[in-house]
Design a protein around this ligand. Structure first.
Ligand code: ZN
Length: 109
């Protein structure tokens, strides 16, 4: 059975790969992988992967690499406080897509 990818929206307006969520520009690069553009420096983008580190996710920004990720090594729980703003924004975006996907699937039953 083919399982639809809830992270792969099928509505026409969702075909736009690039979107701005709450002021942050996101560009999908793969399943659970996005480029999140800096709000203060729009030419700067960070690669975000929400599936990395057992669901904690990863981001290329300094905040994640030097402040948050080192704490993951001791805590080992994917708490939101260990995620940078890019990671939290991408996760919210993906969760919104999943909720829409299931709401639509329920309507079709
Ligand atoms: Zn980040």
């Amino acid at each position: 059975m083919e399982v639809a990818d809830p992270d792969e929206p099928d509505e026409p307006e969702d075909l736009i790969e690039e979107r701005t969520i709450c002021g942050m520009r996101l560009e999908k690069t793969g399943r659970g992988c996005y480029l999140a553009y800096s709000q203060s420096r729009p030419e700067t983008a960070y690669a975000v992967d929400i599936n990395a580190y057992n669901g904690l996710g990863s981001c290329e920004c300094d905040d994640f690499r030097f402040r948050r990720y080192p704490r993951w090594k001791t805590v080992r729980q994917p708490f939101d406080v260990l995620r940078c703003r890019h990671l939290r924004r991408v996760r919210t975006h993906v969760l919104d897509q999943i909720i829409k996907f299931y709401a639509k699937a329920e309507q079709q039953q």
